[in-house]
Design a protein around this ligand. Structure first.
Ligand code: ATP
Length: 174
């Protein structure tokens, strides 16, 4: 089976006493089913709530990918804290070759440093409908994919074990 490797970030920020998580709604379009009568060339499927992530470029380390993708997809700069986990899933490409793909995504815990969420380039708008903060404790419910819900749970556990992260967050530029 074909394999893909991506990396992404669980970006946290403490505001008004509450930890927030940066999430995105990716644009989810797929080609029209053959034989269906429609004037549209594609239709939109219900959107997902997901963590920012993307393909690891040649020569890039996964943690660098996570920071780059977070910047590109959400508009914020973040600092690397630790690796959380690799998540794995299989999906079927709904374009081109319809291949089954085994995908591994490495997720990193990142702390917000600067920038405005949603401040992304016009090219990125094609991929990301919106980026927004949600309370971290709601993430295990709000995120669409099981693997991502699990990494959000791990982030919560890491925060409990490392209360010193609060000081780091307080020093972030507003
Ligand atoms: P990337 O963001 O890594 O460049 P992509 O946008 O090309 O990737 P994915 O986000 O992996 O592709 O999405 C491909 C398919 O897998 C979609 O149908 C999506 O709904 C599904 N998918 C995405 N993330 C997960 C996940 N964590 N668990 C299960 N299915 C997922």
């Amino acid at each position: 089976m074909e394999r893909e490797f991506s990396a992404g970030g669980v970006v946290l920020r403490k505001m008004r006493g509450r930890w927030l998580l940066a999430v995105i709604e990716p644009h989810m379009t797929r080609p029209k089913k053959p034989g269906k009568k429609s004037t549209k060339t594609s239709h939109t499927v219900p959107s997902a709530t997901a963590l920012p992530k993307g393909a690891i470029d040649p020569g890039e380390k996964p943690d660098q990918t996570a920071l780059r993708e977070v910047q590109e997809e959400t508009g914020v700069q973040a600092d690397l804290i630790t690796k959380l986990a690799d998540i794995k899933y299989v999906y079927v490409r709904n374009w081109g070759d319809q291949a089954r793909v085994f995908k591994i995504v490495s997720f990193y815990l990142l702390l917000y440093r600067s920038g405005k969420l949603g401040n992304i380039s016009p090219e990125m708008r094609v991929e990301v409908q919106r980026a927004f903060w949600i309370p971290l404790d709601e993430a295990p419910k709000a995120l669409s994919y099981k693997g991502e819900r699990e990494v959000a749970e791990m982030a919560l556990q890491y925060l409990t074990a490392h209360p010193e992260l609060e000081a780091h967050s307080a020093n972030a530029r507003r």
